[in-house]
Write a protein of this length. Structure first.
Length: 120
């Protein structure tokens, strides 16, 4: 049972260290989603609010019009989801440093306590 706890604690510690190493990439990904998704959202709205263009597309080819409408609506939904996910991830990454410092302080305190108990 002790081996399970040690391996579990090592696993958790390696996960925490991995997230700490990857936080810059997570922040970059989140910031990109926050900047690109609104642009995509704006372009989709602009495309859907052009009745003459949509009418011409429909007259040209009904199937192409349907594909365009479905893809534009899906793009709107995906853009909205990416905006929400991006905001949540930015919050997470910005708070990570504080959490990681608290974790390191707690780990050092526990290590120090265990070191004292071993000597006694």
């Amino acid at each position: 049972m002790g081996e399970d706890r040690i391996s579990l604690s090592r696993l958790i510690e390696s996960l925490i260290e991995r997230v700490n190493r990857e936080r810059k990439w997570l922040l970059t990904l989140a910031l990109v989603s926050i900047t690109v998704a609104p642009l995509s959202f704006f372009v989709s709205v602009q495309a859907l609010t052009r009745p003459r263009m949509l009418h011409r597309l429909r007259l040209f080819d009904e199937t192409l019009y349907t594909i365009f409408m479905v893809s534009t609506v899906l793009n709107l939904l995906a853009s909205f989801v990416w905006i929400v996910v991006g905001i949540k991830e930015v919050r997470f990454v910005l708070n990570w440093n504080k959490r990681f410092r608290r974790y390191l302080d707690l780990r050092n305190k526990v290590d120090a306590q265990l070191g004292l108990e071993e000597k006694e």
